[in-house]
Design a protein. Sequence first.
Length: 299
Amino acid sequence: MNEMLNGIPEFVEAVEAGGFSAAAARMNLSRSAIGKTIARLERRLNVRLFHRTTRMQSLTDEGQAFYERCRRALDEIQSGEAMLESGKREVTGRLRISMPVLFGRRCAVPLLLELARIHPKLELDLSFSDRVVDLFDEGFDLAIRNGVLRDEAGLAARKIAVHRMTLCASPDYLAARGTPQTIAALDNHDLVVYARSGQTKKWTFLQDDGTAVDYYPETRLRLDDLEVLADAAAASMGIAWLPCWLVRDYVHAGKLMPVLNVSSRPVNVYAVWPQVPQLSLKTRAVIDQLAARLPDVMD
């Protein structure tokens, strides 16, 4: 069992830090030590986990799949440790948490309410906002953020999930207009697009070789609310590019169907908190709950 874990923490750190050098700095190791550890892991697994160039490392498809499972395994171990610790000390006190509105309501809140039921002395103040809050100035203990993190001094972060997108449309729309077979064929369809501050967001697809293709949708329907956007697609107004976690209920209800077998560039979801020498039990319990359960909620 010990051998099975050899190299896993270094591999996960290399993925989340964005490279061998950054991982080495975080783990107080040399870049060479990280590289050799991951090379041994690849030999043991008989698979290449990273594409390597002189300037960067990027995950292979096998590496991405393996990373997601390793991250979940480490999260479960940490959650187990927290569970044992919580048996010794009660989770109590007030925690102020900021999170994106729709994502928080659909994905995070059910998990936090479940945690609150388990720990009756845990107090949760939940705030919903799509802006990036200042944890120090606004008095937040924790924030959930999607995408690339800003470089902010004094903050610690942990990746807790991965956010993916999918193309979808209503069955009635596809029956009337046909189903596109290529990305280029989207030009001949009505599209419903997310926009913020008048700026249309591009759609980025990943090809089989891992390279990204940006598509700039032309549309007459631009909305800055994802739930309204999903409702518009379900009302047969066109094809939409939506989060998998939001589409799932619509698909199960028969209101939307996936279109094209394309994947999106993964967008990381992070828990962010003011850096402290030792994380409080209440904060750790929340982070561990989200890290252990969010991936299943968002698949």
